[in-house]
Write a protein that binds this ligand. Sequence first.
Ligand code: HEC
Ligand code: HEC
Length: 269
Amino acid sequence: MRQFLMVVAFTLLTVGLFAGYSNFGIPQIEPAQPPKQEKIDLGAMTMDKFIALGEKIFNGKGTCTLCHNNLGRAPMLGGTAGLVPKRLVDPRYKGEATNVEEYLIESFVKPSAFVVAGFGKKGTNDTVSPMPDVSAGSIRLNDAEIKAVVAYLQDSGGAEVTVKIPTDAPEQTEQTEGEPRAPFETPEQAIAELGCGACHKVATEEGEVGPDLTKIGGLRDKAYLRQAILDPNADITEGFEKDQMPPDYGAQMYAQELEMMVDYLAGLK
Ligand code: HEC
Ligand code: HEC
């Protein structure tokens, strides 16, 4: 904790020192390695590799772990595959799946077909899910990626892996170590790539887990917004809970991106 506070303090100091200078010469905070597009030869892929690909997508591009983690924002999915037979006969189930594979795919793209008790959108009595359709919006997984995640959830849930490795998908993504990524060029791009829209209504995104940011500039100043991104628990917006927003955006963004984001949010009135 102490170390974390020191890192935050240092980051704030660095940002403060350089915010006054022109955009050139701003030092870059070392960011986490972002996902990199890479072609994968599906034809030569084994099921083990396909499952491993699904795990990478789950933890990376899919942004699933923003919510499916041990902080209680969303249910853990380790046992979900095993629960499906019960879900399918649950009177609250509104979908069309007939087996585990279909149920999982449906839950990714039509999350409200079944809403796990206690996790529905506020005020909807568990009829509407706060989870976004992961085939659309900023997450936008393609069919092959969705199948890979299904394979991963079936395998890790101890269920039979029934998905077939698709052979016709042109492109896959994989997280690779490599060059530091190029900085995001626009705030909209940063918002999309960093997954803010999974939780916030902002830019073209419609997330509902966190506060609506479309008029945030009228409510908060730049210093507050900077802190809200770097240290979300420092002040909790009324009506929301702590430990919901990921605390590590400071490590994922370059300093210039943080300032670009803060300027953008401050301008939303
Ligand atoms: C913005 C937060 C959020 C993100 C991002 C998110 N989920 Fe969810 N997810 C939830 C919540 C909340 C629930 C519980 C409500 C419901 O049943 O829809 C849920 C439910 C589910 C369920 C159904 C569980 C069950 O027992 O029926 C599955 C499967 C699932 N998510 C998979 C995923 C995958 C895979 C991803 C990433 C590609 C993902 N989710 C991304 C919030 C999220
Ligand atoms: C997993 C969900 C989640 C993600 C992803 C997320 N946030 Fe948040 N955010 C929240 C929640 C919940 C709150 C309210 C609780 C709090 O104040 O920490 C919040 C609060 C905020 C606030 C303060 C709002 C206010 O009313 O003062 C800002 C600004 C903000 N987020 C910006 C961002 C930006 C920018 C990103 C992407 C870089 C992002 N958030 C990603 C969930 C999320």
